[in-house]
Design a protein around this ligand. Structure first.
Ligand code: TXA
Ligand code: MG
Length: 316
């Protein structure tokens, strides 16, 4: 059985809020990707998320609030957090901060850590749902663990089946990549996951560089950054400037000579467009092809996050 996909009318929002109050799971559109939402304070509901995703228990979840104040109530706020939140929220940025004693988020959602990831999503349906529910929700991307994050309501309904009570249809996810995660826990701010917000914009606001594992082995990391992730069934060959027998070709910008393009991330070589199309195009190609050659994508701006997801998708 698959869950009903509902247009986000006031009555669908109130049904969804009621499902959350009962401890049920709701497919929630956000501007990054679709989330699988549950009452953040309800440990049983949170356990249901882990079950539905087949997710390792140690992987903590992001708490989503409807306002900066709601997020602040859950963590020990800092000056840097204030700078980033006032500039980028609502939006595709997640902040990791020390958890505030007495906050509402269940221990299980934090996987027992003394830190908490918080974000205010920019999608009106997500904000409407959280407001109708009246408290923070936790929401991982609404895919089975290790699979590509969904950017359309129908993908949530088919892949998570009856583990989810209903899916609110908010249209295709505008950003198309998960949020950028920044830790403000240690001495220096650290990039835990490149994502839908360009890290250079964050560095500009902070006036300081972000530490990142890729360049700095001592930088903090996130429990969820397993290398094999976002796995399509097809085999991916990256940085491909030619096409081998049997391969579909996923282009970015101009198609190289001698290549028959199967699909394109962005014909004009636009990184924002490529980010928004990445997961939906990978899903579509994966249904039809066993071998996918992917054009080089420049390692700048959103290209950093796109290449990060492509490398994970190519790892087997
Ligand atoms: O765009 C997004 O962030 C989407 C939408 C639905 O909001 N959500 C999402 O959640 O991508 P999820 O669960 O798929 O990824 C959350 C990541 C995981 O890699 C997890 O390890 C990390 O956030 N994380 C959560 N809490 C953390 C914490 N306290 N410290 C470090 N990493 C944390
Ligand atoms: Mg995920």
């Amino acid at each position: 059985m698959t869950a009903p996909v509902l247009a986000p009318t006031p009555s669908a929002l109130s049904d969804a809020a009621a499902a959350l109050r009962r401890g049920g799971l709701v497919g929630m559109p956000t501007e990054t990707v679709y989330g699988l939402a549950a009452d953040a304070a309800n440990g049983e509901a949170v356990a249901r998320i882990y079950g539905a995703k087949g997710r390792p228990r140690f992987n903590p979840l992001i708490a989503h609030g409807a306002s900066v104040e709601a997020a602040r109530a859950e963590v020990r706020w800092t000056e840097s957090a204030e700078l980033l939140a006032s500039r980028f929220w609502p939006g595709p940025l997640t902040l990791v901060l020390p958890v505030r004693p007495g906050g509402q988020v269940s221990d299980l959602a934090r996987a027992g850590l003394d830190t908490l990831a918080v974000r205010v999503p920019a999608h009106p349906v997500a904000l409407g749902l959280i407001e109708a529910f009246g408290a923070p929700v936790v929401a991982p991307s609404a895919n089975p663990s290790g699979r590509i994050s969904p950017t359309a309501a129908a993908d949530v309904a088919t892949e998570l089946g009856d583990a989810v009570e209903l899916v609110l249809d908010g249209g295709p996810s505008r950003v198309g990549l998960e949020s950028t995660i920044v830790s403000l826990v240690g001495q220096d701010p650290a990039l835990l996951r490149p994502g839908g917000l360009d890290p250079r914009a964050i560095e500009e606001v902070l006036g300081a560089p972000l530490r990142w594992r890729r360049d700095d082995p001592d930088a903090p990391t996130s429990p969820g950054q397993l290398l094999r992730h976002y796995a399509p069934a097809a085999e991916l060959r990256l940085e491909a400037v030619d096409q081998r027998p049997g391969e579909a070709y996923l282009a970015f910008g101009a198609t190289p000579e001698g290549v028959v393009e199967t699909a394109s991330l962005s014909p004009d070589g636009d990184l924002t467009e490529a980010a928004s199309r990445l997961f939906s195009v990978l899903r579509a190609l994966d249904r039809e092809h066993a071998l996918i050659a992917v054009a080089p994508v420049p390692e700048v701006g959103l290209g950093v996050a796109i290449n990060d997801r492509l490398r994970r998708a190519a790892t087997r």
